[in-house]
Design a protein around this ligand. Structure first.
Ligand code: NAD
Length: 510
């Protein structure tokens, strides 16, 4: 099946791909296996970059940047439009590859590629709107304006769980901004990266722009560290764990480079007593169970009013028990595998810690038997002790575990929402505008997260808004709104079109 898929995606003879490779995800002789997490079987091998090939790629990217930035932005938009169309044509195949490589269900794999198509469309429009502003000068016959300029070749480091869309958010905006893109994907999802980059690069080459979309694949020691230390990359956009972000942030700051950090989340949903509880149930189940709990925006904590908690938990458990776990590409499956055995062990440890800390397992808590060979677990609901003291819930375990807390006053629920180190996504289900608006309080006293939803779950962002989070989530913003500014440099321009030499602030220097 993989052969036909590779053929349709145009990567069957790709020089990086080793067909029939029998190694796993351990790096061996300059190669790594891409393993299907559902079956534990290797799909193909991938040749890794060396210091030497890294150097060549960065040099190519630097030259491409000089040519690319000279192309007017709307013309760069034309190229991105073609890339979007090509991705549209390959959406289902690429979505299938995402599902095979990272184990998300087919609908979510395809949805992920659709997100890249959407951001490509958005970037095309944006290519005619990279506006600066003008401001009045304090001096006569002077004009002031601000303009936005291409930044350089930029480094994009992506996590395993969105192996296509996170590149899309960065690369489509970066490309219309005039940057060349150097992408370092996760070693857990190199095939999706090869296929995705190949599609973009094929279009760019055909239209006369080689080198705008480059890929480097390698270990963090050999390639990752080299990239974050590289002064030729003025921006490193890095998506992944807080642990990685802390390191990358410091390394790039050490050379006074810029970072755009999209890191871990620990997202909560508050349920008020007057909420539409059926709606809330759907939001919580999709948020907590979808993508097997492996989204940065997955719902990890439910904070529910004590008057409705018991009845809601009962319904939640029933809903969990009907969720079909299994082959992610089979019809009807809602939950696929975790990415690997290490993830399943982290799940086991979190469940054990929750029990030790007084949590009650309402459902799940163990491995799921599917007979497929991958690391499958049962989506889990843990009720916190009455004191709400459950330290394990302060960490992000990248697995489907939902911790349930109860409250009496909305202020206490908001305080609980904000009581973790991460600040990515948050949600409230409420019937009253008062509660909803307290959650969104413009004074800043409501949710402290980058994303705040009312009567929606924590996951499933649209591309039109800026995406990202506060505190340990890293503060970066990608995707819509004015996130494009991160990929450009700002220049304030002042022109004297008169004949006098006037100094600002009325200073005389004669
Ligand atoms: P990870 O931190 O293990 O790896 C992420 C990426 O960082 C990989 O490409 C990895 O190779 C790279 N990396 C690690 N160390 C590096 C180094 N020293 N130098 C350069 N690169 C380095 O994360 P993961 O397990 O792939 O993904 C899961 C995590 O990502 C979760 O914490 C999740 O919340 C987060 N995530 C965040 C967002 C967001 O937008 N906020 C989106 C997706 C995933």
């Amino acid at each position: 099946m993989a052969d036909a898929l590779f053929d349709r995606l145009g990567i069957a003879d790709h020089p990086r791909i080793i067909a029939g490779y029998d190694g796993g995800t351990e790096v061996r002789d300059g190669a790594v296996g891409s393993v299907n997490p559902a079956t534990g079987k290797t799909i193909a091998g991938v040749r890794l970059d060396t210091a030497d090939s890294y150097e060549k790629t960065i040099a190519r990217s630097g030259e491409a940047f000089i040519r690319w930035r000279a192309i007017p932005a709307p013309k760069r938009g034309d190229v991105v439009r073609e890339i979007g169309n090509e991705l549209r044509a390959h959406r289902d195949d690429l979505g299938r590859l995402v599902a095979m490589e990272v184990g998300k269900i087919l609908a979510e794999g395809i949805g992920e590629v659709q997100e890249t198509v959407d951001i490509a469309d958005f970037a095309v429009g944006l290519s005619r709107q990279l506006h600066g502003i003008t401001m009045p000068s304090e001096r006569p016959m002077h004009a002031m304006r601000e303009q936005w300029l291409p930044l350089g070749p930029i480094g994009v480091i992506t996590a395993f769980n969105f192996p296509n869309a996170v590149w899309g958010w960065n690369a489509m905006l970066g490309a219309v901004a005039g940057d060349a893109i150097v992408w370092k994907p996760s070693l857990l999802a190199p095939l999706t990266a090869i296929a995705t980059n190949e599609i973009a690069n094929r279009v760019a080459e055909r239209l006369g722009h080689p080198g705008v979309f480059e890929l480097v694949i390698g270990t963090d020691d050999e390639v990752g560290e080299r990239m974050i230390a590289d002064r030729r990359l003025p921006l490193i956009s890095a998506t992944g764990s807080c642990r990685m972000g802390r390191h990358v942030g410091q390394a790039v700051a050490g050379r006074l480079g810029r970072t755009l950090l999209e890191l871990g989340g620990n997202n909560a949903t508050i349920v008020e007593p007057d909420a539409d509880l059926d709606l809330a149930l759907k939001g919580v189940v999709f948020g907590a169970v979808g993508t097997c709990g492996q989204r940065c925006t997955s719902t990890r904590r439910l904070i529910i009013h004590e008057s409705v908690a018991d009845a809601f938990c009962e319904k939640l458990v029933k809903a969990y028990e009907t969720v079909r776990i299994g082959d992610p590409v089979a019809e009807g499956t809602l939950v696929g595998p975790l990415i690997n055995e290490a993830s399943a062990q982290a799940f086991d440890q979190a469940v054990a810690a929750a029990k030790e800390q007084g949590g009650e397992i309402l459902t799940g808590g163990g491995r799921a038997e599917t007979g497929l060979g991958g690391a499958f677990v049962t989506p889990t609901v843990v009720r916190a002790p009455g004191s709400n003291d459950l330290p394990v819930a302060r960490e992000e375990t990248f697995a489907p575990i939902l911790y349930v807390f109860t409250y009496r006053e909305l202020d206490d629920a908001i305080a609980l929402n904000n009581a973790v180190d991460q600040g990515l996504s948050s949600a409230i289900f409420a019937g009253s505008v008062r509660s909803a608006e307290r959650f969104l309080d413009p004074s800043g006293a409501g949710s402290d997260c980058g994303l705040a939803y009312v009567n929606l779950g924590t996951s499933g962002a649209e591309i039109g808004g800026a995406f990202g989070g506060e505190k340990d989530t890293g503060g970066g913003r990608e995707s819509g709104s004015d996130a494009w500014k991160a990929y450009m440099r700002r220049q304030t321009c002042t022109t004297n079109f008169g004949e006098k030499f006037d100094l600002a602030q009325g200073i005389r220097f004669e």
